[in-house]
Every structure is written in structure tokens, then in C-alpha cells.
Write a protein that binds this ligand. Structure first.
Ligand code: BGC
Ligand code: BGC
Length: 835
């Protein structure tokens, strides 16, 4: 009976995958899911206390518990009036607006929020709030914290015991700042490495994620079997993002179009272990399953997670994810609560509106009273288990204010061990281990960049360009090498550009991906640095000069680096090691007695042979990786790597990111198109072009350099469109759901004689327009100006997931306009308008 249900589901899944319309079902069948034995039992005393609290709370109080607001959008004073359940700091929100605030400021602000929340004069119960933070690789928003390798590197260690200790240290450093809750661990089982969050995943293999999940939860929260569970040395853990965030085809906040069986067999991965170990909070995924947003999926949140699997903590949304549920906005979403969400994570100015709307929905019964009480009960249960009612002011807690804990030597030593264990040796022709008593050249701008080693979620959300001074307790990879070489009697020289006067005995090139987080890291193929091959050139230069070269590759995912591997004598995948760069030297160099610490890391993600092998996983039929899951050389067991194929397959997908036009050239895979309605359009990657009847012409001009810009002349004798088109439709749906914008540097040479529109077109034939005239008029003719139009302005008019022309300018009038730069990126601060 059950068997036939499986087959029916499997068949349904396959048939619907081949033909995605109508959508496959997004209703889960709880009987297919495992039951979980929970280490944290229901405590009658806590339940009785909740009954008392619920009886004494007003409906306003109850609704307040359902809301968590980003500290960038709320002040302690607000908490005197609005008794909210929680606050968070987003990746870019430091205390008092300061990203690099000292630890004492975090604690001070935690006290201020706590005091305001507890202030009550109406006799109703005062309920402490809890503060959530993304302590995802250490307490990484706080300056000086120990930063552990990102999860992808930890996955390579295959060391669950070390994971537990990392969790403990992260909890201690978080507790030192007075914060209560970490948005970790991420249990994504990433199946497509184009996703910008691949590095937040321990592995493509659910078994590895499962072997870590419970240990990380125990490390953060403490052991449920011991009295210190959620005690002063611990913080609450929330596992994320439930469910199948890693199954969306490499798209951030995408849609996992997979059968239910895959949810259970692949993506559930670490959840049973995390739940069994007592994780108290689950964050719903931004993503969808078969077209339905997880934030609104009752069958998964309520029937499966809370019902079948018996989860009795609470479910929080991701950052304003409620606004993506059909019929909802960020400020109003009864549907999410009714589906099983217990708390909204909100950022923005409208939290009072969210509160007012939720209150009205609770009063009208749109949110049934029983559902409201159940959500509040779950939140209070977690707070009571975490001793929030008795812990007192954050600064009064026994472990708070111990700022020497933050980046303490013992913690850093643990992180350094994790770095050494996480490195994966992909190739070694015998050059490694290096003798420290030698002349070593360390090349690459990344060698002395702690931010590049730390990656996203480090001080800032994106982690980009954070100066070394803002990582006071950290050590760069270069500095670790310098220390080791010096101690061993050799000389190390840092040369970011790789130049040298005297020929070194060996060179180490540290290079790789620049930091990114979330969708900013989504890529169209796995080719490493398609636009800039200078690292490869440097490797080849060393080889040509007869200098043996070791490549230390920093990346958030496996990438296609066949040419770089060929050009290196040894190649080390270092992933994103964090603050303890010294762990790299620990494995690369021999010790004084001639022995060497061996590599331990083995791939937790399959390494591709070609740039288009982005969905490469062990379970695939016809699995054909370059380095298989589990691969990793050691000194004890060396092996030769043959010369690899460097041929770049034709027709690789274009990127819809960053500069589309600049310095006179178009991004790869893009063309400029001049169109007249009803005529076949003219298209080129060159500098000059004429539309069918010459209504629109393009010619090169100079702005900063020779022929770095283009001038477009509309004759005014009929409508004509200038557009930029990718070879294949691109998906900017994630980019259009935020602050990303079209940013153009333009100059009006002769003003328009008729309205001008900026337009986007999608594969379904739809076109969305935003008037440009008033913007173009802002700078005098002949002067360059930057025009920023948020992508969201077009979102309702086109299919953002299949854009055929993500940029276009159209007019019927005469107009002469020059363009020097065009890119898709984050606009300047403030909200650029749409009109
Ligand atoms: C991310 C979450 C994170 C949250 C708070 C979201 O955008 O998806 O992983 O915990 O922001 O920063
Ligand atoms: C926040 C992050 C959040 C992201 C969501 C950023 O501004 O700092 O915490 O995850 O927005 O897109």
C-alpha cells in the first residue's frame, strides 16, 4: 500500500518535471516522513507557567510576541510601547548603526532593549525579548570574534566532535555580547553549486549534514541531558532554511521542483538529528517547493514539521519572506501564520503596520485564536527553556561581558585546527610539504586579505573589502606562512603581484573568489573568474621561470580550474578558512624534525571536470566528476594528477551580474540591439550599428579612454529601441526583490522631443516601462550622469525569471544619448524611486 504510494508519487514527480505546467503538488504526505525522538521533553512546570502567562496577556501582547524586528529599524524606546517578541541584527546592522562597534556596545544595546521590553506599569506580565544574530561561522558580526571556516570547509574535515566544540565556542563568544540566539546551523544540502550560498552548506551529501547537525546544535545550546542546557554558556540555535533551500537549481530564493521523496531523502538531511538534539527554532526557507513558498506551506510547516516530526519550538520566517507569499505584503500576512509560521522576521520602517495588521487579523479571527495562542505558547516555551525569564539583564548574566573570550587564544587555536583539517589537497607532484628553511615567495592579493579568507557573513553581510584592521585577532594566510618560515630559518616575501628580484625556492599563490553572500554569489557557470585570467598567467609565469608553485585556492564552492591546476605543482582547495590563516602553513610546511602534519580534508562536494557541471552530485546516474566526492590526497597516500582538459565548452550561459557594458565592451554572452517595430532588428557586439531604416544609429565615442562609450542617435522619424540582450533569457527575479537596480552612466547630447522610456522585455512577450524623461532632464545636456532604476519597478510588468532584454531605451522622438557604463548592482543608499 505504502509502496504503491511511493511509486505513484515518483511517477507523478517525473511526469510533472518534464512538463512543469500545471505545477506539481506542494502538499506533503506526513506518513512519508520520519518520526523524531526528542531529547528535550515537555516540562509540565513550563507548560503550566505558559498557561498562566497566556491567561494574563492581552491580545496586543500576544501579537507582539509574533514579531521580530531588525535593530536598524527599531529603538529600545519603541519597545516601551510595543512589546515585541524579538529583535535581530541583520548582516549589515551593528549596534547604534556601527558595523564595527566594540563588543561592549553590543552588550550595552542588549541591556537597553531588555530594559525597555521589561518596563511595564499595567500589571500585565513582562516578557523578555530574545536577540537573534547570524553567528554562522563564529560570532561573525562582532569585531575580533574567532571566525571558523565556512561550512563547506567544515564538511571536508569529517570531524563531528570538532563541530560540537566549534558550536560551544561560538555560543560562548555570542553569550559574551549578551545575545540569545544564533541563526545557525544552516542544514542546506546544496545540489547545484551555482548557488551563492553553497559555502553555507556542509555537503551535497545528506549523510554528512546529518552527522554534523546534532553536534552543532548540542554545541550551541548545550546537551539536553545536562543541566547547562541553554544555560549561560549557550545560545538558542535555529536550523535553516526549512526546506530544500539547496534544491532550487542554483537560484537564491528559488523553487525546488522535485518529488516529495527527494525532500525526504536528500534535503531533510540534518533536520531529524537537529530536532532530536533539541534545536528550538526552525527558520522557514525563502524558497518554494513546486511553486509554493515554504513560508506559506502548511503541509510542511504544520503537518510534517510540527505534527509528524513533533517539533514543539517555534518557526520564524526568513527576512521579510512573508511578503513573498501570494496575497501578502511584508506588512500583512495572516496566511503565513495560519500555515504554521510563529514569528515574522521583519526589516524596514513598516513594522508598526505589520503589528497593526496582525492585531486586526487576530481580532477578526482571520488568524484563529487557537493558532495565535499556539504560536505564542511555542515562543514562550523556547524563552522559558532558555531561562530568559530568570537570566535578567544581559550584562548581569555570568558569561556576558567577558570580552576577552572574543577571539581568545584557545578559541583561535580550535579554529586553526579546523582550518588545517579542512584543506583538501587536489594535486601534489611532490613539491609539498615545503621546507621552511627556504626562500618562499607569497603571491596574490588574497594572501594578506583576511576578508577574502573569511568570505561573506564576516563583519558585514557581504563581507567584501573589510580591512585587516577590522579583524584585530585574526591572522592572514601570508602572516601564518611568514611566521612558520621565519621560525624554520627561512625567508618569506610577500609580493601581491608575484614579481621578484631574486628567484625564490618556491612560490605560493593565494587566490580565488572575492567575498559574497546570498544571491550576490549566484553564478551562471562554475568557471573560475571568466573575465580575468591574471591568476592563471601568474602561475604560468612562475612555471616558466622554473619556480615551483603551490596554489592555495579560496572559494565558496568547487569551481572549474583545470587550467590553474595544470599550471600548479600543487593545488590546495582551502574554501573559506576564516580568521586563522595560520592553519594553512601548518599543513604546507615541514616541522623542525622534518615530519609534516598531513592533510585530512576530503571533498564534501564533487569537483567539476567542466564549467557546466554545476549540478554534479554523487547520486547522479552517469556521475563524472574531475575529483569525486570524498577525494583528497595526503602525504601518506600520494597520487598523480594527469594533465587536464582546458577546453572551454561553447555556449556557456551569460552572467546577468555586474557590468554589462563598460570600458567599451559588452559582457560575454551579450549583444547590443537596435530595433524598429515590425522590422528585423540589428544586433552586434561591435561599436557601430544602424537599425533597419536608420531610425537609430550607434557610433563609438571617447569618455575616459578611446572608444570606451557609445553614442545613440534617434532620428525622430519613428519609434526605435536600443536594447541589451543576453544570448539566453536570464533570471533576475531574486535581484528584483530588493535594492538591486539598473545603473547607467549616461549623457544627454540632444534632449528628447518626445517621451523616453526605460524598458525591460521578457520571453513571454511582455514589456515593462518606466518613464525616463524627468531623470534625463536632471543633468544639463552634455554632462554625464548616473541613472539608477530599481529592478523592482519593472517586476509586475514582465517575467523577471526569463528576461530577454533586461535593459532598453525607447522613444519616438529625436534624441542623442551617450552611454559609458551599464551594470546591475546595488544602488546608492536610500530608496531610488520608480517614477
Ligand atoms: C538570510 C538568513 C539570515 C537572515 C538574517 C536572510 O536574508 O537568508 O539566512 O539568517 O537574513 O540575517
Ligand atoms: C541584511 C542581511 C539579510 C539580507 C537579506 C541584508 O541587508 O543585512 O542580514 O540577510 O539583507 O537580503
Amino acid at each position: 500500500m505504502l509502496r504503491s504510494t511511493f511509486f505513484a508519487l515518483l511517477l507523478a514527480g517525473t511526469a510533472l518535471q518534464a512538463q512543469p505546467q500545471p505545477a506539481a503538488s506542494a502538499d506533503a504526505h506526513p506518513a512519508l516522513w520520519p518520526k523524531v525522538e526528542h531529547a528535550v521533553k515537555r516540562d509540565p512546570a513550563i507548560e503550566a507557567r505558559i498557561d498562566q502567562l497566556l491567561a494574563a496577556m492581552s491580545i496586543e501582547d500576544k501579537v507582539g510576541q509574533l514579531i521580530q524586528v531588525d535593530i536598524a529599524s527599531i529603538t529600545p524606546k519603541d519597545l516601551e510601547t510595543y512589546k515585541l517578541g524579538s529583535i535581530l541584527n541583520g548582516g549589515n546592522s551593528g549596534p547604534y548603526g556601527n558595523e564595527t562597534a566594540p563588543a561592549s556596545d553590543w552588550l550595552k544595546l542588549a541591556d537597553e532593549f531588555h530594559d525597555a521590553a521589561m518596563k511595564r506599569s499595567d500589571g500585565r506580565p513582562a516578557i523578555p525579548l530574545i536577540w537573534g544574530t547570524d553567528a554562522v561561522h563564529g560570532n561573525n558580526n562582532v569585531v575580533g570574534a574567532t571566525l571558523f571556516p565556512h561550512n563547506i570547509g567544515l564538511g571536508a574535515m569529517r570531524d563531528p566532535a570538532l563541530i560540537r566544540r566549534i558550536g560551544e565556542v561560538t555560543a560562548l563568544e555570542t553569550a559574551a555580547t549578551g545575545l540569545d540566539w544564533s541563526f545557525a546551523p544552516t542544514l542546506a544540502v546544496v545540489q547545484d553549486d551555482r548557488w551563492g550560498r553553497t559555502y553555507e552548506s556542509y555537503s551535497e551529501d545528506p549523510a554528512i549534514v546529518a552527522s554534523y547537525a546534532g553536534e552543532m546544535v548540542r554545541g550551541l545550546q548545550g546537551d539536553p541531558e545536562r543541566t547547562d542546557f541553554l544555560g549561560p554558556r549557550h545560545v538558542i540555535s535555529s536550523t535553516k532554511h526549512f526546506l530544500a533551500d539547496g534544491g532550487t537549481g542554483g537560484r537564491d530564493q528559488g523553487d525546488a521542483r522535485i518529488p516529495e521523496r527527494d525532500l525526504v531523502d536528500v534535503h531533510l538531511g540534518g533536520y531529524p538529528a537537529a530536532l532530536a538534539a533539541g534545536t528550538q527554532i526552525v527558520m522557514a526557507s525563502f524558497s518554494s517547493w513546486n511553486g509554493v513558498k515554504m513560508t506559506g506551506n502548511k503541509s510542511l510547516l504544520t503537518d510534517v514539521l510540527k505534527g509528524r516530526m513533533g517539533f514543539d519550538g517555534f518557526v520564524v520566517t526568513d527576512w521579510n519572506a512573508q511578503g513573498q507569499v501570494p496575497g501578502c505584503t511584508n506588512e500583512s500576512c495572516a496566511a503565513a501564520i495560519n500555515a504554521g509560521i510563529d514569528m515574522f522576521m521583519y526589516s524596514g520602517d513598516g513594522w508598526k503596520t505589520l503589528y497593526a495588521n496582525t492585531l486586526a487579523q487576530a481580532k477578526s479571527g482571520e488568524i484563529p485564536a487557537a493558532r495565535l495562542d499556539d504560536a505564542v505558547r511555542r515562543i514562550l516555551r523556547v524563552k522559558l527553556r532558555a531561562h530568559s525569564f530568570t537570566a535578567g539583564r544581559p550584562s548581569a548574566r555570568p558569561e556576558a561581558g567577558k570580552f576577552a573570550r572574543i577571539g581568545a587564544p584557545g578559541h583561535r587555536a580550535l579554529a586553526r585546527q579546523a582550518v588545517a583539517e579542512s584543506l583538501v589537497l587536489l594535486k601534489n607532484d611532490g613539491v609539498l610539504p615545503l621546507k621552511p628553511k627556504a626562500n618562499i615567495l607569497v603571491a596574490g592579493a588574497a594572501a594578506d586579505s583576511i576578508s577574502q579568507a573569511a568570505g561573506g557573513w564576516s563583519i558585514t553581510w557581504q563581507g567584501a573589502d573589510v580591512p585587516n584592521e577590522d579583524f584585530p585577532n585574526a591572522q592572514s594566510i601570508w602572516s601564518g606562512i611568514a611566521e612558520t618560515v621565519k621560525a624554520g630559518g627561512g625567508t618569506a616575501t610577500l609580493s601581491p603581484d608575484g614579481s621578484f628580484a631574486a628567484k625564490p625556492d618556491a612560490a605560493i599563490l593565494v587566490f580565488g573568489e572575492k567575498p559574497y553572500a546570498e544571491f550576490k554569489g549566484d553564478v551562471p557557470t562554475l568557471e573560475y573568474s571568466p573575465e580575468d585570467k591574471s591568476d592563471l598567467a601568474l602561475l604560468r609565469k612562475f612555471r616558466a621561470a622554473g619556480v615551483p608553485v603551490v596554489a592555495v585556492f579560496l572559494s565558496g564552492r568547487p569551481l572549474w580550474v583545470n587550467a590553474e591546476i595544470n599550471a600548479s605543482n600543487a593545488f590546495v582547495a582551502a574554501f573559506l578558512p576564516g580568521s586563522e590563516g595560520g592553519g594553512v602553513a601548518d599543513v604546507l610546511f615541514r616541522k623542525a624534525d622534518g615530519s609534516a602534519r598531513d592533510f585530512r580534508g576530503t571533498l564534501s562536494f564533487s569537483w567539476p571536470k567542466r564549467p557546466d557541471q554545476f549540478a554534479l552530485n554523487t547520486r547522479d546516474p552517469g556521475y563524472d566528476p574531475l575529483f569525486a566526492f570524498g577525494y583528497g590526497l595526503t602525504y601518506a597516500k600520494p597520487a598523480a594528477v594527469p594533465v587536464l582538459d582546458e577546453t572551454r565548452p561553447a555556449g556557456l550561459a551569460a552572467s546577468g551580474k555586474g557590468p554589462l557594458f563598460g570600458r567599451g565592451s559588452l559582457a560575454e554572452g551579450w549583444s547590443l540591439v537596435l530595433a524598429e517595430p515590425g522590422e528585423s532588428s540589428a544586433r552586434t557586439r561591435a561599436a557601430s550599428l544602424r537599425s533597419a531604416h536608420g531610425l537609430l544609429t550607434m557610433a563609438p565615442i571617447d569618455r575616459r579612454a578611446q572608444e570606451d562609450s557609445r553614442r545613440f542617435t534617434w532620428s525622430g522619424k519613428g519609434a526605435a529601441v536600443l536594447a541589451l540582450e543576453p544570448d539566453q533569457p536570464i533570471d533576475l527575479s531574486r535581484e528584483s526583490n530588493g535594492e538591486e537596480a539598473l545603473i547607467a552612466e549616461l549623457r544627454v547630447d540632444a534632449p528628447a522631443t518626445a517621451p523616453v522610456a526605460l524598458r525591460l522585455a521578457s520571453a513571454d512577450g511582455r514589456i515593462a516601462r518606466v518613464p525616463l524623461a524627468s531623470r534625463l532632464g536632471e543633468a544639463p545636456a552634455g554632462q554625464w550622469q548616473t541613472i539608477v532604476v530599481p529592478l523592482r519597478c519593472f517586476a509586475s510588468g514582465v517575467d523577471m525569471a526569463r528576461l530577454t532584454a533586461p535593459f532598453g531605451i525607447e522613444t519616438m522622438g529625436a534624441l542623442t544619448l551617450s552611454l559609458s557604463d551599464l551594470r546591475i548592482g546595488q544602488g546608492p543608499a536610500g530608496t531610488p524611486r520608480c517614477d
